[in-house]
Design a protein around this ligand. Structure first.
Ligand code: ATP
Ligand code: MG
Length: 626
């Protein structure tokens, strides 16, 4: 898993149709089942339920059903985006349905806050998850939102059925004995002394467990399969445990809870899922998944054929961590400013950083679906964002590290206080977006790096008259103020420490952009600027990767983190931007600040704050050329 792979450089993907997408083994499995009619006879009861419930329903209008099953014990991250995209987009591509199911069978870790956040972000990604479950027409993706804890009654019934059919028993060994008797890869396990109790005895014991007559951890219900199986997961896995905990949905109704490996296949089956996609670490669980559902179909509790599980490689991105546990550690130890810190790979963090749903989906698409793990290069994530934003992002001028520029002949040329109207396309790729208006006056802000008192070789921006390396006097340089005039540098001012405080230049008359004289003077440099008279003050938050380690997660966090992941700058943005940002409302959209990158208003900071707060989503691949 330590090799970096470049994502498939797929052509930009258009449309959502099945035919336009490259194939992969999951699509092949779906297409195979559709061609064979594997699930064609299935019925749908309009909501999740047992075999009888569905049998009484209509022919399933969804030819395939998928699900995204988050555990509500943390916030969604980029890895989840991959799973969300994969399940919803495949369901969409084949005219099926995709369920958002909260896998909330563990009473200890789950919270409403996570449920709300997950719902919001799945919807933000463009997948509706309302409660409505309208029986619809084939080809229409219906919203489905379910909670696994609503299935506890069925799970209990399924457990009793397994006991009665001789497929499960209550084991009273201690956890240590159980572990010792499980064996290992080379050694078969040893049968529990409780394994051969009669179904009636087991049933009585299991009901005592349910009724709270035994302490936590004193016994478990186990499936009775094969203690000598080469797959350790088939050596009589535990399926129910005693745990006195208040559940966020069912309160204190239960003191026994199903194990994940037992609950998950049942959840899929009750919801009539056809293709259950999960990450590779569940591959060894698949035999139990199949065993369990076959038993329950045999017993008539579930409709046949049951769902099937398919595994794909999880998403790994260089310099990024996608593990809820590690992300929690980052927050709790204060390395970041909360779950939605723009450096976090959480969906909330990426959204605040300026990532759009389209960019994330394009990234998921390009990262491909495979059986082989690997690392995607971080640049693929930024690449997807740039490719999505470039055609649509409105443009503006900004100055991150401001230095004053004074046009000393301004008053003489135009009269004191004159403001020259300038205009620029809001988006050069979209003429219909129109022009943005701003004004140039005697004083502007320019980037400090656009001036050098003594120019280095090849420097084409502002520099004053000086003596060259050859001992000859050189003229001050001429550059264009983007969308404005050509100016010629005449000098500069500095403070006692030699720090430049102001650049002086003269306007060359009749050279304004867009006028007939614009080309009369050829210049090699173009620089950005913001009017000192009307520019809006802004704080720019510039982010670098959070982890310097290429494959983080292997050492202590502190060693892997990049100590310079945030840099804050204070500067100015084009005057009209403030109003434009106010008009965006609650969902700020990314802008391209020419030559500087893509920025978005920080959603925690109001658009009418005295100083705007802007997050840099990513830089530009290329700066502008003269
Ligand atoms: P974590 O490892 O961060 O705790 P998880 O897998 O435990 O994640 P769940 O809420 O159980 O989190 O996951 C919901 C779904 O998201 C699962 O189907 C899981 O396979 C999928 N998923 C989680 N991380 C990734 C990833 N990096 N790439 C692809 N899918 C993922
Ligand atoms: Mg999990």
């Amino acid at each position: 898993m330590n090799t970096s792979t470049t994502p498939e450089s797929a052509a930009p993907v258009q449309g959502e149709g099945a035919e336009t997408k490259p194939s992969n083994f999951l699509r092949q499995a779906i297409e195979h089942d559709l061609a064979q009619g594997t699930y064609a006879q299935r019925r749908w009861g309009g909501s999740p339920g047992d075999g009888a419930h569905h049998a009484a329903g209509m022919a399933d209008p969804a030819p395939v059903r998928m699900r995204f099953p988050p555990e509500p014990n943390g916030y969604l991250h980029l890895g989840h985006a991959k799973s969300i995209w994969l399940n919803f987009s495949l369901a969409q591509a084949y005219g099926g349905a995709c369920h958002l199911r909260f896998d909330d069978t563990n009473p200890e870790k789950e919270e409403q806050e996570y449920v709300d956040s997950i719902r919001e972000l799945v919807r933000w990604l463009g997948y509706d998850t309302g409660y409505a479950d309208v029986p619809g027409q084939p080809g229409v993706v219906q919203p489905h939102l379910y909670f696994a804890s609503d299935y506890f009654d069925f799970m209990y019934r399924a457990a009793e059925y397994l006991i009665e059919a001789g497929h499960a028993y209550v084991d009273e060994q201690t956890p240590e004995q159980m572990r010792a008797n499980r064996g290992d890869f080379g050694t078969p396990g040893v049968n529990s002394p409780w394994r051969d109790r009669s179904p009636a005895e087991n049933l009585a014991r299991f009901r005592e467990m349910r009724d709270g007559q035994h302490p936590d951890g004193s016994m478990v219900l186990r499936a009775k399969i094969d203690m000598a199986s080469p797959n350790i997961n088939m050596r009589d896995p535990a399926i129910y445990r005693i745990r006195r905990a208040t559940h966020h949905n069912t309160g204190d109704k239960w003191c026994i809870y199903p194990m994940y490996t037992f609950a998950h296949p049942i959840e899929d089956a009750l919801e009539q899922i056809t293709h259950s996609f999960c990450t590779l670490e569940f591959e060894d669980q698949r035999p139990f998944y199949d065993w369990l559902l076959e038993r329950l179909c045999e017993g008539g509790l579930l409709q046949s054929p049951p769902p099937r599980q398919y595994e794909f490689a999880r998403l790994n991105l260089t310099h990024v961590i996608t593990s809820k546990r590690r992300l929690r550690q980052l927050v709790e130890e204060g390395h970041v400013d909360g779950w939605d810190d723009p450096r976090m790979p959480t969906l909330a963090g990426l959204r605040r950083r300026g990532y759009t749903p389209e960019a994330l989906k394009l990234f998921c698409e390009r990262s491909g679906i495979s059986k082989a793990g690997g690392w995607i290069d971080y640049s693929a994530l930024e690449g997807a964002l740039r490719d999505v934003l470039d055609p649509v992002a409105p443009r503006a001028l900004a100055v991150l590290d401001p230095l004053k520029l004074e046009l000393t002949n301004w008053d003489a040329l135009f009269g004191a206080g004159h403001l020259e109207p300038c205009q620029a396309p809001l988006n050069p790729h979209d003429e219909a977006a129109g022009q943005r208006q701003f004004t140039l006056g005697r004083e502007s802000w320019i980037e400090r790096e656009d001036f050098m008192a003594v120019p280095s070789k090849g420097f084409r921006r502002l520099y004053p008259p000086h003596t060259g390396g050859d001992g000859q006097p050189k003229e001050g340089n001429q550059v264009r103020l983007k969308y404005g005039y050509v100016v010629q540098c005449t000098g500069f001012e500095q403070d006692a420490d030699g720090r430049v405080t102001k650049v002086l230049a003269e306007v060359i008359p009749d050279t304004k952009s867009g006028t007939p004289g614009a080309d009369s003077v050829k210049v090699k440099g173009v620089i950005g600027w913001v009017g000192a008279h009307d520019g809006a003050a802004a704080e720019f938050r510039l982010y670098e990767r959070l982890f310097q380690a290429e494959h983080p997660g292997q050492a202590e966090l502190a060693e892997e983190l990049n100590p310079h992941s945030l840099h804050v700058a204070h500067g100015y943005v084009e005057a009209g931007l403030r109003q434009a940002l106010q008009a965006e409302g609650a969902e700020p959209r990314p802008w391209q600040f020419e030559r500087l990158g893509y920025f978005v208003r920080d959603r925690h900071s109001p658009a009418d704050a005295p100083e705007l707060v802007l997050n840099r989503a990513c830089g530009l691949k290329d700066g502008w050329k003269a």
